[in-house]
Write a protein that binds this ligand. Structure first.
Ligand code: DGT
Ligand code: CA
Ligand code: CA
Ligand code: ZN
Length: 580
């Protein structure tokens, strides 16, 4: 049989563009160029449609927002040849592992190349060893404190080493599931594991299938390992096969009998701690729970569906996002599980950027996209002047934009554009736009984009001082983290939340796949304290309004119900809530 040509996936393309960005950064290239590659990589990694199809069908890639001529040409080269000449060129004069060092946020390209020249460090492992042996503090420009931070960052980077953003994992999982479902011998396919629980990052994909025969069907595993993106087959058996895809993602496929499917779904969805707690409950009832079913002695009393297993254990059905053993089992036993927020509950978006600052679409384009999603309102929150890299607006430009919004609102039907801004919180806690202007906006979203390294105490006080401004409405991306890229800055979150409650301020779950900030635990903390949250897309392109679904997933993991979320309300009611 002729080898099937492996189609280059979006994840492959994104990886190569990211590597380009890293190498260019080490080379000291223009930061805008570096950022363009990173942005394109993220766009591509989270885009459902394969770019390879677009190239094969001769479509123009520059129609995609955020992708210009130069990057489009590179993508075409990757799709056609499987590689990128310029990347090979860059690789040839930079030690390949040096780019690993860029995953350590406290290092940056300049410091990384100093350590390379002074200590010959080219990998994360070597860096860790040097830090542990206190050799880094001896290099000029480095000290003991930075050495500590570097060590902490390495641990973080290593933790994320083989993990994928949920949105990237979805992009890899969906076509694979489609491929498996297309086979006649497969009756049912589901992705379990952390992916199904909606965890912010996914380590590997755990896929379950039911065949059409009573005995395990070896043909299913054989079919699975023939998936064109499979790079390496680690094992293949009648009931279990493991393979690594071209993207580096590992996939476990298990073929289960129909009578066990529900029990297997519970087992392989996890989390492990949820499962352990469930097994204890089973034992207390004189039952035994495994991936094959719930048993009394030899007799299977439940197993075909998850509902049946939970019911037999005396529990309400627990949705996968809650399965972390954070009290959901107790709540299910008492019939008190939350009625979690869904995407359908969302009435509008409270953060989006237009091309006036660092977005790519006009306000009208964003408004029409929001209307197409069925929203009642969308808030334009361009950056304030301080954020020069994002072409932040000065007060006069904000006024002009407000007039433009008035004109659009007069003309457009079935959508209201709210006037907002994403205002920088300056180092001293003051806001980057004058009060009279803030007072005329519908929504003032505030965020920290500088001085990330303040102590926990100072950072917390800085933000609370900002909340003292009576125009402050919503704290955006409250910890500033970028998954796998930048650690959160330090803040006393509980104190911040209590301060927000006292002042009538709110916080945001930023839905960007690499932010998801607040995270699930913080969202749960907010709910417990009674602080309502916004779920915002922070879209920089009209298409990106849909990333709000990832924020909803984290909100669900944080137990949020519709009433806990600001933008489940219509604008008049939201307006009342925002009044301080
Ligand atoms: P990941 O892949 O690191 O993002 O996280 P998971 O949760 O997908 O973990 P994974 O792939 O190691 O295992 C998938 C599920 O299988 C896990 O959520 C629960 C179940 N599982 C795996 N190992 C064990 C175990 O030792 N005991 C129990 N009770 N369950 C396990
Ligand atoms: Ca997994
Ligand atoms: Ca696994
Ligand atoms: Zn921001």
């Amino acid at each position: 049989m002729a080898a099937e040509r492996v189609q280059v996936t979006n994840a492959d393309i994104a990886d190569m563009l990211n590597e380009m960005a890293n190498l260019l950064e080490i080379d000291g290239a223009n930061p805008f160029r570096v950022r363009a590659y990173r942005q394109a990589a993220l766009t591509i990694a989270t885009m459902p449609r394969p770019l390879a199809d677009m190239v094969e069908q001769g479509e123009n890639l520059t129609d995609l927002p955020g992708i210009g001529e130069s990057i489009a040409a590179k993508i075409e080269e990757i799709v056609r040849t499987g590689k990128l000449d310029q990347l090979e060129e860059e690789r040839s004069h930079i030690p390949p592992q040096l780019t690993e060092l860029l995953r350590v946020p406290s290092l940056g390209p300049k410091r990384a190349s100093v350590l390379y020249k002074e200590l010959g460090i080219t990998s994360l492992e070597q860096l860790k060893q040097a830090a542990q042996e206190q050799r880094i503090r001896q290099v000029k420009g480095f000290g003991p404190k930075l050495e500590q931070t570097i060590l902490k960052d390495i641990e973080q980077a290593q933790q994320y080493q083989r993990r994928y953003l949920w949105a990237e994992a979805a992009q890899i999982a969906r076509p694979l599931v489609e491929y498996l479902r297309a086979n006649d011998r497969v009756k049912r396919v589901d992705v379990a594991g952390s992916y199904r629980r909606g965890l912010e990052t996914v380590g590997d994909l755990d896929i379950l299938a039911i065949g059409t025969t009573d005995t395990p069907d070896p043909a299913i595993g054989e079919y699975f390992v023939r998936y064109p993106s499979v790079k390496e087959v680690i094992s293949r058996g009648d009931t279990r096969s493991t393979a690594v895809l071209a993207s580096g993602m590992q996939v476990d496929l298990r073929v289960m009998p129909a009578e066990s499917y529900g029990a297997a779904m519970i087992y392989f969805t996890g989390s492990k701690t949820h499962n352990i707690h469930l097994r204890q409950i089973a034992l207390d009832k004189g039952l035994k729970l495994s991936e094959y079913g719930l048993f009394r002695g030899e007799e299977r009393v439940a197993g075909a569906t998850e509902q049946e297993v939970y019911r037999t254990l005396g529990l309400d059905y627990i949705t996968p996002e809650l399965r972390e053993d954070r009290g959901e089992i107790e709540a299910a036993a008492q019939g008190q599980l939350p009625h979690l927020v869904t995407l359908e509950d969302i009435r509008g978006d409270l953060q989006a950027h237009s091309k006036a600052s660092d977005g790519v679409n006009t306000i009208e384009e964003i408004a029409l996209a929001a209307r197409a999603l069925g929203y009642a309102y969308v808030t334009i929150t361009d950056h304030s002047r301080r954020l020069r890299v994002a072409r932040g607006l000065d007060p006069r430009q904000v006024r002009e934009q407000m007039n433009e919004i008035d004109r659009l609102n007069a003309r457009l039907e079935n959508i209201t554009i709210l006037k907002g801004a994403e205002v920088d919180i300056l180092k001293d806690g003051s806001l980057d736009l004058p009060d009279d202007l803030l007072g005329d906006l519908d929504i003032v979203v505030c965020s920290v984009h500088s001085s990330f390294n303040l102590s926990k105490e100072q950072q917390t006080e800085r933000i609370i001082r900002a909340m003292d401004n009576p125009h402050f409405n919503i704290l955006a991306h409250p910890t500033g983290r970028r998954l796998g890229e930048r650690q959160p800055y330090e803040v006393d979150m509980e104190r911040l939340m209590l301060a927000a409650l006292e002042r009538g301020c709110y916080m945001e779950i930023n839905s960007q796949p690499d932010r998801l900030d607040l995270n699930d635990k913080h969202a749960h903390m907010a709910k417990t304290l009674g602080l309502k949250l916004a779920i915002s897309s922070d879209a920089h392109r009209a298409d990106d309004l849909s990333v709000l679904q990832y924020g909803v997933m984290q909100a669900r993991r944080g137990w949020l119900e519709p009433e806990d979320v600001l933008n489940t309300r219509d604008w008049p009611e939201l307006q009342r809530l925002l009044r301080r």
